[in-house]
Design a protein around this ligand. Structure first.
Ligand code: IPE
Ligand code: IPE
Ligand code: MG
Length: 248
């Protein structure tokens, strides 16, 4: 690869739908859980790479609100893997100054996972190298609905006028309140859909779809995705000419 990454054109916030663990395992006649185990290794590789390259915010879709409907043994195995991941990565997060956040309906997670998650978030709260957000029991529609419910309570208390509810104001009620909107969304495994991920937040994200299954997603391909992003012109509804005039 001749082109190299430009620091000033990196996505500020990169979101990833890590898909294809099950198919990776099935292709090898392995249990789907083996695919999730291998997928956790890709998480490690990509978190490290993102930190090294200098992506400020990385958000990973690890478990959707719909994934609760999978067979119980798979859900249980995913929860154990999640807890083990948090425990095994804590030292590395601290060493690399990675702050952990989580978005989603966290109260649905098993108690011991919630405890480990909250401890990890607390212990890494001071880290400023990168913000790693795990979307857990997350659904984009759930996110919007919980925001509206809280917003309505707030409106009753503060007697707000409808016109005060701007995009910025509303965004502060979403689980992602403290995160900028994603600039780039990567989805592995060849599926070309959003699957109820950050519906509001992805409004103007660039999207990179790849047929590679998540357990096979390498640092090299990650860099290729970032290069593809850097070669795009983000117009936000304007014309190319306007963007060039702005020096964008
Ligand atoms: C993504 O891999 C991980 C989770 C959704 C938890 P999948 O388990 O969806 O893998 P496929 O899509 O069945 O191959
Ligand atoms: C999306 O993958 C959720 C995660 C990656 C955690 P799914 O495999 O659940 O999505 P669908 O069902 O194929 O849309
Ligand atoms: Mg899938």
């Amino acid at each position: 690869m001749t082109q190299s990454l430009l620091k000033e054109k990196l996505p500020r916030h990169l979101a990833i739908i890590m898909d294809g663990n099950g198919r990776w395992a099935e292709k090898r006649s392995l249990d789907r859980v083996e695919g999730h185990r291998k997928g956790a290794e890709s998480v490690r590789t990509i978190v490290r790479a993102a930190r090294e390259i200098g992506v400020p915010y990385l958000t990973l879709f690890a478990f959707s609100s719909e994934n609760w409907n999978r067979p119980r043994p798979e859900v249980d195995a995913l929860m154990i893997l999640l807890k083990n991941y948090l425990t095994s990565e804590l030292q590395e997060m601290l060493d690399r100054e990675i702050r952990l956040l989580a978005v989603g309906e966290l109260s649905r997670l098993p108690k011991e996972v919630q405890t480990t998650l909250h401890e990890t978030m607390k212990k890494t709260a001071h880290c400023q190298g990168m913000t790693l957000t795990l979307a857990l029991s997350y659904g984009g529609r759930d996110d919007i609905l919980q925001a509206i419910r809280r917003l309505m309570v707030h409106c009753q208390d503060q007697s707000l006028r409808p016109q005060e509810i701007t995009e910025d104001f509303f965004s502060k009620f979403l689980w992602t309140a403290n995160l900028p909107d994603p600039d780039l969304l990567i989805r592995t495994s060849g599926e070309m859909r959003i699957s109820n991920f950050l519906l509001w937040q992805l409004a103007y994200a660039e999207i990179y779809f790849t047929p590679t299954l998540w357990p096979d997603f390498s640092k090299e391909e990650f860099i290729r995705a970032l290069l593809s992003y850097q070669n795009r012109e983000r117009r936000f509804g304007l014309t190319s000419e306007q963007i060039r005039a702005e020096g964008g």
